[in-house]
Design a protein around this ligand. Sequence first.
Ligand code: SF4
Ligand code: SF4
Ligand code: SF4
Ligand code: FES
Length: 867
Amino acid sequence: MIKVTIDGRDVELENPVTVLEAAKQAGIIIPTLCYFEGLTPFGGCRLCLVEVEKLPKLQTSCTLMTADGMVVRTETEQIKAARRSILEFLLINHPLDCPFCDKAGECDLQDLVARYGPEAGRFAEGKRRHPESFDDPIIVRNMERCVLCTRCVRMCNDLQASYSISVTGRGSHSFVEPFSGGKYNCEYCGNCLTVCPVGAIMSRLHRHTYRPWFVEKEIETVCGFCGVGCSMVLQMRENSIIRAIPRTEVGFNKGLLCVRGRFGYESIESEEQLTTPLMRVDGDLKQVSWEEAITFIARRLKEIKETFGGKAIGAVASGRCTNEDNYMLQKFIRFVIGSNNIDSSARNYYAPAETYLESIFGQGITANLISGIANSDGVLVVGGDPTAINPILGLQIRASWRGGGKVIALGVPGGLKRFVAYELMPTPYSEEIVLSAIVGRLLKGKTFSGENAVVEAKLRSLRMPSDEELSVTGISPEDIARASDDLAGMATPVVVIGPDIIQRERASKNLFLLGAIAYLINARIFLLSERPNYQGVMDMGCLPDFLPGGRPVELEMFRHKIEGALDLKAPSDKGLTFFEMINEAESGGLKALYVMGENPLFNIPDSARVKKALGNLDLLVVQDIHLTETAEIADVVLPATAWPEKEGTFTNLERRVQRVRKARRGKLASYGRDDWKIIADIAERFGMTKKYRRVEDVWEEIMHVSALHTGLGYEDIADGKAVWPYSGEPLRGMEGDFSVEGLEDLPRVQDSEKPYLMIEKPLYHSGTFSRRSSALLSIYPEPCLMINPLLSERLGLAEGERARISNKRGVLELKVKLNKDVPDGQVLLSNTFEGFGAMSLIGFSIDSAIGSLYIRDNSVRVEKVLV
Ligand code: SF4
Ligand code: SF4
Ligand code: SF4
Ligand code: FES
């Protein structure tokens, strides 16, 4: 125990900390400028000077460690005079433009000068001049205001690990600049803006439109752009979001956000947001009243149910909607309509992968704390770039690397490129062979623990590739040995699984192999989640085979329990998955589809086929915030509210249930309604007697019905600490019932003369949603085809030229962007921009073992467009 005295207060410390930290623990706040919690101490500004008995000079408290018996004073006349002098020096160059500066009102320098002085400067000579830089569309730099605290540089290096900016120049001519020059070429997380104590680097969004004290309210909520679920504050003025900033006290994101969370909010404020229900009349969508639209939907659904039965009706839930919205849709379709045809786009990869892994290892196998990744000593990443799909989770992997952890990525490492120990880039569609080889090597000389007898029995019959068979992968036996040995040597490893490895033929085998690796090296598994609430969609029972709480619908005891609680009946057999519903729509078996917050026409491969199938329906209802591609062909379109416009909860990928808060209200009387309210309204027309006045009523029912959420009230969720396992009961004893396709053979890897079209998952976009954010568009403004320079040379294509990509599904013409990280033999296109969806040129089939989609027929002819 270390005992120190600070300003006469005795402080007892378990571990040595800095004097600054010790003072904080004693409730004494020492002024700082270059210090920022979480960043490496710099000791540059000297504002935090303190007097320490027996030491001759004033000391910087942010770098000085406490020692037993230390006596410290933090506010003597000598210290105040020193601080005043330091501030006077800073003001030699810092312009006195507070009346004009957007930072005024929340500027550390302004506050310090107000407290310590000087009242007037003595420096009469001219100040340093540096023109404000507007080269970047999002970040404005005013280096005359920079106090060279280096917080931004340390943030970019230490926590974001982007290494994009540096201090350049000498002495008073030093300033901060991106390595790319005027315009930033970085990850645009904006975390440097959070830490800048003055107005030297600021967001250009809403520039000069408000002062910090104009903020009318601050809403603490969670980000709605991906399954990490970062805690954030939306600052509001006149019913508009003017800034999204991270919450510092709460949440595992510890004051960090990514580009989508920080700058993507404009997509919610878009002028294109739907405001009125639309109904197809004489072939065109016409504005109608809510009453008209709801009455029509209820009448048509009743007619279809009476004529064809409830099973002719299906619904698609949404990973963008809240738990409450999804629960209500599930209740309506399952318990009111009488159909288990309820699924969501989580079917693309997330839901089948999780269900399958749980069938091997038990419920909750992927429920692991994101913050724990930073402390692991090794990470295996397969199937996607975590720094783009779930950026703040990706930062945890970089943090593991900083702490000495080894990062191994199978496939394109993307934002982990600088952090991987070595690259393992298999030829397209050969990952299964590589994973089999890694498992084979891990098994060498290994004695099974007997912990999971089913896994071990299957591993005994797993076919391992010979060195010759491995050669088609482009990965050498030595690379396999090195990677496997590294994995085996890890004490606290993590396996991160992304969508791409699941959207492969024989997904069950890939997942089994990844699960086997995790089992053999005792790793925690993380499943990347592209949507904020994929997990909640599943937990709420938006699955054709599972009820709320993850209980199988076919098991009578579970079904009866929920039926009893609701006093309503559900069908006993499992329903159709998302893709089976499309097949049934195509063949005429499905007559009506209710789509909530999803855009299957754009987001599912083979768009033409999906369009034809949906066009076959007698009734297509789309409930969304924008007129999406799917909404455009619907019979009825219902305007819904976006996540900052409603109350509810999301469940993130580590299974943390968090509160979503309403920040803005509709501007018009006819503005969108909350998804759950719309559905409850329709259900009432079907005779559902239960009335829900508030969202709390819905959550209370969820607590009552879902065994996972029993006793988990909103008050328990409020502080963001409702992490799995909750007070409810996880389902145990259902594991061990799984099959693995192709366990005893290896896939044939076919050569393709034409490059494969793969889907780029850019950091700067979130599916089609983000294309309505002008900030995100200014970073990534248009569709472009990413090509390896080697391939582009063979094709005679140069950067910026237009390429035509085509196959039997269609043709797209778009700009070429060279990127040497794209494997030769592949081209990448994001599925973001209207009319340029990568999915339109890709075929798919349904995996027979786990029900996910796998991509096929995705090779394309690439040609130069001659102008
Ligand atoms: S926005 Fe993020 S990546 Fe870019 S310079 Fe700032 S901290 Fe670095
Ligand atoms: S730009 Fe801001 S954070 Fe960066 S060194 Fe200058 S004052 Fe500090
Ligand atoms: S990591 Fe995900 S949840 Fe966090 S700010 Fe980015 S998009 Fe939002
Ligand atoms: S805060 Fe301690 S030297 Fe700057």
